[in-house]
Write a new protein. Structure first.
Lengths: 309, 434
């Protein structure tokens, strides 16, 4: 759907992007992650043709970006607002017209969305009469109204209360299911976990990691298991575990009295071997592989990256 | 470019529907006409009271000369005592008493005449009295010296050279005056338009930034379309407002002059009379018409529109550029002076240099520089400017306009990426390179 090939961009002596390449597969939710100042917004602005890259190029459906491509893209920037003195309905239709929709088309779409989000009575209100959350909903509608193939959200959930955030999350996934491709940039990891199929991780103007979220998690899995064993001789068991497996103590919530520890799967062994060995010490109440969260991966890879630099 | 139309319409409607804009549009003419009406009414009120002046003429030379006028009536007193006359005047509550004593020598009169009144008398009244007395005294003095006053009047010389160019075109001082008025009026109108609507354009360019919708807009349209749409939309709103003003002032003025019974043209009539007195001819209106027809009319009208539109657009685009460079209106101050300066220079050059020497080097140079050409060239044209010069100047003007908008669009695009940084001129130059 969208390919970026070795994009570089600098502002004066400051390098905002260095040789960044991306592949966003069709009909997926693509998370563009990274700490503040990593270059996410600059990259998004290049895709939206707000700025031009110094070198590199972007392909949309295999074609180099052209000015008329903007009608296929819906963009919700992090810095967002609406014309305060314009009426809601009028304004959304105007913005949709700028994206190439005809007036009647825009009206029909707007009706659909207003009914769907149950905000039809806002049509004749001025934006300055709306609350911040209400305005955010309108902005979401503005972004999706012209049925773009590619949706780009920059920190979409900032400013939403949990209920509306959930509503928008569902709408985004729904749009993906209808065929849209979604890029969204954030540093909130919990939403990444829930929504993203693919991610790319950026730090200090470079991409340091990308791929399918599950693949990445697999690559980052550490073969560490949390184990709880009901044992008669707690101290003895603990001693053996520490010596044989290098177990470290952890505490997790449990309804049992047990030895709780974290241990590394020995090389050349499968989880079953470990389970069999451990079952000698008593009844196993817990046996869970630690899967890294997106947050863990994020922090870990950024630290690694900074260590290299 | 179909975005341009959409943006233009939105800007126009947004301006025209704005409450303060509507209020301004309808209140300004009301205020203007109201103030003029009030002043006229008040001065009328003042003029209405008739002034009675008693005259005690002991010399016997002047009494018969004081004829009643619009608001002054004279009453000749019999030869009585001065103190008595004062008492009579005061008890009658008249405006004043003019006392002309009996003198041996006319020359002694100059300091011997007194005017007694309750308060200091009005200058208008005194001027009239002075004129009457002075004229008569002059004649008397001449007669006393044995000179026929009428003979002197007959011998008065009136020198007025007839002006004609080598090509046989007749001109006159009056014509030069008209040219000056035409150029001045055009310059003034331009000045006014720029001052009133330039700021409006600037605010409109900042609007997207203060409402933070800028990134949504800029990912949909090109900055140059946005800026052009704003300039034209605001200008149309301005023209609408101006038209309403002209119509309203016309209607209200007529209504008011009917109600108050005041000829609104009094002022211009006075001016005409003064002009007539100056020219000492009776067929002045005809002469003005003739002079107007002698001006290169077609050329003037066409060039007026071209230079007016071009000049306005150029300055409008400068305001837009300022709007593009800043984040909020408070940052605009430092950029204001460079905009106003060329305008002021243009007017100065127009008034002082062009009149002196319409085709001198200074006039010529300034009529090519785009920032001053709208005013200076318009003032030069009535004096005859070769067509090629006019065309070059117009082309330069419009090219600069397009260049400025392009420049503004460039700044605008870069400005988005620089939130919160206060731009200096140096910074702006750097932005151009991005």
């Amino acid at each position: 759907m969208l390919e970026a090939h070795s994009i570089s961009k600098s502002f004066g002596s400051f390098k905002a992007l260095q040789e960044v390449s991306l592949m966003v597969p069709k009909q997926s939710v693509f998370g563009l992650l990274g700490p503040n100042g990593a270059g996410k917004t600059t990259l998004i602005r290049i895709i939206n043709q707000i700025t031009m890259p110094d070198s590199g190029h972007v392909l949309l459906d295999g074609e180099p970006l052209r000015p008329d491509h903007i009608r296929y893209i819906g963009y919700l920037p992090e810095e967002r607002g609406l014309y305060k003195t314009m009426k809601v309905g009028e304004q959304v239709i105007y913005l949709a017209q700028l994206k190439g929709l005809s007036k009647s088309d825009a009206k029909a779409q707007l009706k659909y969305w207003f009914d769907r989000l149950d905000i039809g009575h806002w049509w004749d209100k001025k934006v300055q009469e709306l609350s911040k959350g209400m305005a955010q909903k309108i902005q979401f509608v503005v972004t999706v109204l012209h049925r773009p193939k590619l949706l780009i959200f920059d920190e979409p959930f900032s400013g939403f209360d949990p209920i509306n955030a959930q509503l928008i999350r569902e709408e985004i996934l729904n749009l993906r299911d209808q065929g849209a491709t979604v890029i969204f940039s954030t540093h909130r990891m919990e939403s990444v976990e829930e929504m993203c199929d693919h991610i790319a991780l950026m730090n200090k103007s470079k991409k340091i990691l990308d791929g399918n979220l599950m693949d990445i998690k697999r690559a980052y899995q550490s073969n560490v298991f949390r184990v709880g064993i009901k044992s008669a001789d707690k101290a003895g068991t603990w001693k053996i575990l520490e010596e044989q497996f290098g177990a470290t103590p952890v505490v997790f919530k449990s309804i049992h009295e047990e030895v709780q520890c974290k241990l590394q799967l020995p090389d050349g062994h499968g989880p079953n071997d470990l389970f069999a060995q451990l079952s000698k010490f008593g009844e196993i109440s817990h046996f869970v592989q630690e899967v890294p969260t997106a947050n863990d991966i994020f922090i870990q890879s950024i630290h690694q990256n900074e260590a290299i630099l | 470019m179909n975005h341009l139309g959409l943006i233009l319409v939105r800007e126009y409607l947004n301006k025209v529907r704005n409450k303060s804009f509507i209020i301004m549009t309808f209140m300004s003419p009301l205020l203007m006409v109201g103030v003029i009406g009030l002043v006229t009414y008040l001065s009328n009120l003042n003029n209405d009271n008739e002034r009675h002046i008693k005259v005690l003429d002991q010399s016997g030379y002047f009494g018969h000369l004081f004829e009643d006028q619009d608001q002054i009536t004279f009453e000749l007193l019999d030869t009585i005592d001065l103190e008595q006359a004062k008492a009579i005047t005061e008890s009658a509550q008249d405006y004043g008493l003019l006392f002309i004593p009996k003198v041996k020598n006319i020359a002694d009169l100059s300091r011997a005449i007194y005017f007694y009144s309750e308060d200091s008398p009005s200058i208008v009244v005194m001027t009239q009295i002075e004129r009457i007395v002075q004229q008569q005294a002059n004649t008397l003095a001449l007669n006393q010296a044995g000179i026929d006053a009428q003979a002197i009047r007959d011998l008065y010389f009136d020198v007025r050279p007839q002006l004609e160019t080598f090509k046989g075109q007749e001109t006159s001082k009056l014509g030069s005056g008209l040219k000056l008025i035409f150029g001045g009026a055009a310059g003034y109108l331009l000045f006014m338009f720029i001052i009133i609507y330039g700021n409006m354009i600037m605010r409109s360019v900042i609007e997207e930034k203060t409402s933070r919708i800028i990134e949504v807009i800029i990912s949909s349209v090109r900055p140059i379309e946005l800026l052009l749409g704003k300039i034209f939309g605001t200008t149309l709103a301005g023209i609408t407002q101006f038209a309403v003003w002209v119509i309203l002032v016309g209607v209200l003025g007529t209504v008011m002059s009917q109600v108050l019974g005041v000829e609104m043209q009094t002022g211009s009539q006075v001016a005409m009379e003064q002009g007539a007195a100056l020219a000492q001819t009776n067929d002045l209106p005809a002469q003005i018409l003739m002079e107007i027809f002698q001006l290169p009319m077609t050329n003037l009208v066409v060039m007026f529109f071209l230079f007016f539109i071009g000049g306005y657009l150029l300055y409008a685009s400068l305001y837009a550029a300022i709007g593009a460079a800043v984040d909020s209106e408070t940052d605009t101050q430092q950029f204001m002076i460079p905009i106003i300066m060329p305008l002021i220079i243009a007017v100065y050059v127009g008034v002082f240099t062009v009149i002196e020497d319409p085709h001198g080097t200074v006039s010529q140079v300034f009529s090519f520089i785009p920032l001053t050409s709208p005013v200076v060239m318009l003032m030069r044209i009535p004096f005859g400017v070769p067509l090629w010069e006019q065309i070059v100047s117009v082309v330069l003007l419009f090219t600069t306009f397009i260049g400025t908008v392009w420049f503004a669009a460039k700044i605008y695009r870069v400005g988005i990426l620089m939130y919160g940084k206060k731009p200096s001129y140096k910074e702006l130059l750097k932005w151009l390179k991005y």
